[in-house]
Design a protein around this ligand. Structure first.
Ligand code: PNS
Length: 165
């Protein structure tokens, strides 16, 4: 049984995230999308809202025989991976600029849990500039984000924006 976790903030999930999930499915029997409950940060969406959004979007992702589930976690990613029985941590790399940060995290996670490998996957170049932060900023300022985030996420962001008015 090859089980991996795909950790992240997912605030909000983007089409880049979905592309990484799709690409990781053929490599593993099971993937747990691990949504960080980061108490230091003030996210746009609560951890429950982020998990629910991902669960609602997942049926549209091509998964083959891979079982994909969603869970939230606090604390160290390496601890969550070990407790989940995972042998790999999946992370997406968009551009060289991501590499340094990702390398440091991968090496730290390996120091913490030597048996767990980080697997880097390159998202489609179509999403090379797509980040949750950029999507939130552009959307909140009235820019077009269609095709870069799932429609459901756009709808939820619109609801947030209207609720704040
Ligand atoms: O989607 P993000 O924000 O790039 O994800 C970053 C994440 C959640 C993978 C990273 O911040 C993380 O692993 N946080 C949990 C705390 C932890 O384990 N820190 C040490 C990592 S070396």
């Amino acid at each position: 049984m090859r089980r991996a976790i795909f950790p992240g903030s997912f605030d909000p999930p983007t089409n880049g995230h979905l592309d990484v999930i799709k690409r990781s499915c053929p490599l593993f029997d099971e993937i747990i999308i691990a949504v960080l409950n980061n108490l230091d940060k003030q996210p746009l969406f609560s951890v429950e809202e982020r998990c629910d959004m991902i669960r609602e979007i997942l049926p549209s992702v091509q998964k083959g025989n891979c079982k994909v589930s969603v869970d939230s976690f606090s604390g160290l990613t390496a601890d969550f991976a070990r407790k989940s029985g995972a042998t790999a941590i999946v992370r997406g790399i968009r551009a060289v600029s991501d590499y340094e940060y990702e390398l440091r995290m991968a090496l730290m996670n390996r120091k913490l849990e030597p048996t767990i490998e980080t697997v880097f996957l390159m998202a489609d170049e179509e999403y090379s500039y797509v980040s949750s932060t950029l999507m939130k900023q552009v959307f909140m300022l009235g820019g077009r984000v269609a095709g870069l985030i799932p429609e459901l996420v756009e709808l939820r962001m619109r609801n947030k924006l209207n609720a704040d008015k």
